[in-house]
Design a protein around this ligand. Sequence first.
Ligand code: CO
Length: 502
Amino acid sequence: MKKKTIADLNRLHEIDGECRHLEKIAELLNWDAQTYLPPNGHVERAEQLALIEGLGHEKFTSSETGELLEAVADDENLSAIDKDLIRVLKRKYKQDIKLPLDFVSSCARAQGLSQAAWAKARQENNFAAFLPHLKTMLNFARKKAEYWGFTGNRAYDGLLDIYEPDMTADEVADVFVPLKERLSLLLKKIAAKPQPEAGFLTKHFPVAEQKRFCTELMQRLGFDVNRGRLDVSAHPFTCSLGAHDIRITTRYLKQNPLSSIFSTIHESGHAFYEMGLPDSLRGSSLADGASMAIHESQSRLWENVIGRSRSFWKFLLPVAQKFFPAQLGDVSLDDFYKAANQVQPSLIRTEADEVSYSLHVILRFELERSLFSGELAPEAVPEAWRQGMKDLLGIEPLSDAEGCLQDIHWSQGSFGYFPSYALGNLYGLQFREKLLEIIPDFEQQIERGDFAGIHEWLRTHIYSWGKRRSPKDLLQMVCEKKLSSKPFIDYIEAKYSNLYGL
Ligand code: CO
């Protein structure tokens, strides 16, 4: 490689590394805002975030970055990793350069304020108080898409692209249509069957004990507590602050231990992805998941495919019984397995069972599409939400707190994010097909609480690639297939036909 190319490349790595540090600092401020920040600290925090995000934007979109990217692009002697890095940086540069600095800062500021307003509005069940912020965030999102060249009807495609590169709303709809149909049908069949006995799960489970249990659980799954921690937040999430600082959160409900258990497993799944990224990518823009949906495929694989399986509870129930002898001491494995997989449409997405979960996501996807096409006015969201819940799940929220105010995403301006959750289910089940081929005793390993083989496979085939491949390419590489809802539908129909005797 030419001396000049080496120098240019080093400088590019330096700029990328510094921008990543700034991103992580912003994430830390965000993590703190969602965990420990006192309510009145939000206004100043929004200013701090606006400053940091503005600094990062300014640094990355400088003419120097543009020139360096051009200068090194054609060198054939670049390593494979550097080639991938430059492709990813070029794509990001092309997008970021189109966003004016004051737009980025004011968007970050508005986001901080909107998020705080949403938390209060949800607590007070006051949609009217959140409405002006919702409108602001919609305008920012629309404007952003417009800067990127996604105008009119295509605005939503531009937003989807942030989370799922190169996927359009029509492509999402294509996989969601059969999913919606089959899940609705399955839900109806289940509704006609008697429910399992699940009263023991509504006994009192002290929060302190749940906390001890979740901490033990995440470690048994393979979470390295020297490289991460578990905290509490209104909305469980994972925050990666560096190669060796990956933080997850959960929430504890006294009469619903499964809430903290499954969100701990879910967020651990995200954390494993981050913890498993290879050292060769550390500190660069490639040290990330392939996309939001691929990230979600990992969390949902652990939470559902593994965490809600009979094999898993064969391993975990005896452990749980030691922590909660009075509540679970006399519960049999089969009773627990059935209760933990009870299908009952709920108002809250994050508490939803495996069958109805994707329907919650489809509702949000459809509402977002109508918001961006102009068919749905922000004022009409609560009513459209109630109607949608009635149509899809047959239940209707009595309050907006349990309706359109339940999720944090819109308050952050993260329109286009929701589909990732259901797409993650689909990717996850496609990966599972491959896992079963390679690890024939998959279930037996889980029964023993031995997750080393699963971790190893995921590390080799998914984590090790970081952001080097697009979701489509990664799926093709791992499964030699295109995205499909079939493996997920097959899995869910088989599992629940068995559980409910359909
Ligand atoms: Co997740």
